[in-house]
Design a protein around this ligand. Structure first.
Ligand code: HEM
Length: 517
């Protein structure tokens, strides 16, 4: 029957097809593929915290299924997600083919409907022309020159939040803070400034509503997925719909006010471009063009208006893609500096040298000169990449580095495995050694594409500059004011649940440094 064909015969033929090319993997099992074994391997490895306490050799724990099967079948192997074949590819040349040279033949994997509801139908999930249009409209927000506008504002948030610690800690006494929680306030602020600019307070209200929605969606995600469940008028769904309406209403008001208050052709707050302004602007420009009958410019792809629904979805996407990722990076950077006091000292010396010993918020120029801190952040992104893997799907039959990949095959790019590969990074791959980045990213490894915490190619992370800027800023401000070490209650247990996070939080002890006179 057709079911047997899909669930049994086709997977068996595929196995045969790959096996002939020398690609093997765990055998396909009826219906579930290798999912059960994967879950068992992951649960087993994450059941215990890591020993020794501060080992960075976290790959076997975090991607245990990958480490396990790689040992048996080699680094390019086939595994089964139900009846769908997924090819693990950790060779940087092949990865470059998938993400850059032959990117047109692969598409981003479509996430589960519930995850989609969480992440929004924005840049992350859009495809084709709509993606290209949005990416073009939104890119200017993330240019470093534009982002510098958020430094004083986000810096102030960090300083205000730190002031709370200063009241409890002193030069004699330490204060314990779970930084994995704490940094979420910082990243939320940064993303709100970037997205809404001058309309920060209104934007905050929108994001708070969206955060509530996410809590509901995340709860639903934990339950077994029932097709259509999302559309049933359950109590939770009613609340979600209400929140959805509320978000739209708020945004409509905000947009209306924006249009009234400012020159409609500018999205300015002193020259800075925010996401909302750019999206409104694209719409206004389009309307104008459409209204002017003699326009010969109608064919320009940027002339399309971005409807309110799409603006709402983009806001959701940026909140989803930009908040937790960056707060995880901030938390891991702090943990690593706490584990490696010699690097903490070096980073602090540099901050004091570049920014002076006053407590002024660092400027963009100063942040640009913090080379050691930049190296530390890169080394953190290498060892503890917040996004541990990426997935693509072949849109057609593809020839990839000598292999024939049938249409529909999924490709798993285990970012973290590439980052921990001794053949690429040398025998000290599992050590924290920021010096390896001293001559820049391209020279840090034996292959120029061995470092990809933000992906690669046209669909590379649009928020990369923001994430790094924010991290540099927050860590520099902390280094100016505090020394810190891990709390004895810290348990080293990096765990992946969509993103890489510390399973038991990241409690860190902070001690105030003598104040500048
Ligand atoms: C340390 C922080 C971050 C990490 C590690 C990270 C990682 C990534 C990765 C690996 C991708 C590519 C995924 C793929 O190709 O399948 C990506 C895409 C993306 N990221 Fe980030 N990200 C971070 C911060 C941010 C921030 C702050 C924002 C927004 C404000 C953001 C927005 C996006 C968007 C919109 C995309 C999709 C881009 C497109 O397809 O055109 N990210 N990110």
């Amino acid at each position: 029957t057709k079911t047997m064909e899909v669930l049994w015969w086709r997977p068996r033929r595929m196995e045969e097809h790959f096996s002939k090319q020398g690609i093997r993997g765990p055998p396909y099992r009826f219906l579930f593929g290798n999912v059960k074994e994967m879950v068992a391997l992951m649960l087993h490895s994450s059941s215990k915290p890591m020993a020794p306490h501060n080992s960075h050799n976290i790959l076997p724990r975090v991607l245990s299924f990958y480490t396990h099967w790689k040992k048996i079948y080699g680094s390019t192997f086939l595994l089964w997600f139900g009846p769908t074949p997924r090819l693990a590819v950790a060779d940087p040349d092949l990865i470059r083919d998938i993400l850059v040279s032959q990117a047109g033949l692969f598409e981003r994997y479509e996430s589960h409907p519930l995850v989609r509801q969480l992440e929004g139908e924005g840049l992350v999930s859009l495809r084709g022309e709509k993606w290209a249009h949005h990416r073009k409209v939104l890119s200017p927000t993330f240019h470093l020159d534009n982002l510098k506008m958020i430094i004083p504002l986000v810096g102030k948030t960090v300083v205000d939040m730190l002031a709370e610690w200063e009241t409890v800690s002193s030069e004699e006494e330490e204060v314990e803070v779970d930084v994995s929680e704490w940094f979420q306030g910082v990243t939320e602020d940064a993303i709100t400034r970037t997205a809404f600019g001058q309309s920060y307070d209104d934007g905050k209200a929108v994001f708070q509503l969206q955060a509530q929605q996410m809590v509901f969606a995340a709860e639903a995600f934990r339950k077994v997925f029932i097709p259509g469940y999302r559309f049933l008028p359950t109590e939770k769904n009613m609340i979600t719909w209400k929140l959805d309406k509320e978000v739209k209403r708020n945004l409509m008001m905000l947009i209306g006010r924006r249009k009234e208050n400012s020159n409609p052709t500018s999205c300015n707050q002193g020259g800075a471009k925010d996401l909302l302004g750019l999206m409104i602007n694209a719409s206004t420009a389009a309307k104008k063009r459409n209204n002017s009958k003699n326009s010969i410019d109608g064919a320009s792809p940027t002339a399309e208006a971005i409807p309110i629904h799409d603006i709402v979805e983009e806001c959701k996407t940026f909140f989803f893609a930009g908040k937790q990722t960056t707060s995880n990076l901030l938390a891991w950077t702090t943990v690593l500096l706490a584990m490696h006091p010699e690097w903490q000292e070096r980073a602090r010396d540099e901050v004091l040298e570049v920014c002076g010993s006053s407590h002024d918020i660092p400027t963009k120029e100063q942040l640009g000169k913090l080379k050691t801190l930049g190296m530390i952040i890169n080394e953190t992104l290498r060892l503890y990449p917040p996004a541990v893997a990426m997935i693509r799907r072949a849109k057609a039959d593809v020839r990839l580095g000598g292999y024939d990949i049938p249409c529909g095959t999924e490709l798993l790019i285990p970012i973290m495995a590439v980052h921990h590969d001794q053949r690429l990074w040398g025998p000290d791959a599992a050590q924290f050694n920021p010096s390896r980045f001293a001559d820049g990213v391209a020279r840090a490894a034996r292959h120029p594409n061995a470092f990809l915490p933000f992906g690669m190619g046209a669909r590379m992370c649009i928020g990369q500059n923001l994430a790094v800027l924010e991290t540099k800023l927050a860590i520099a401000i902390i280094l100016q004011r505090f020394s810190f070490r891990l709390s004895p209650s810290y348990v080293h247990a990096p765990t992946v649940l969509m993103l890489l996070y510390p399973n038991y939080g990241a409690p860190v002890l902070f001690r105030s440094l003598p104040k500048p006179s």
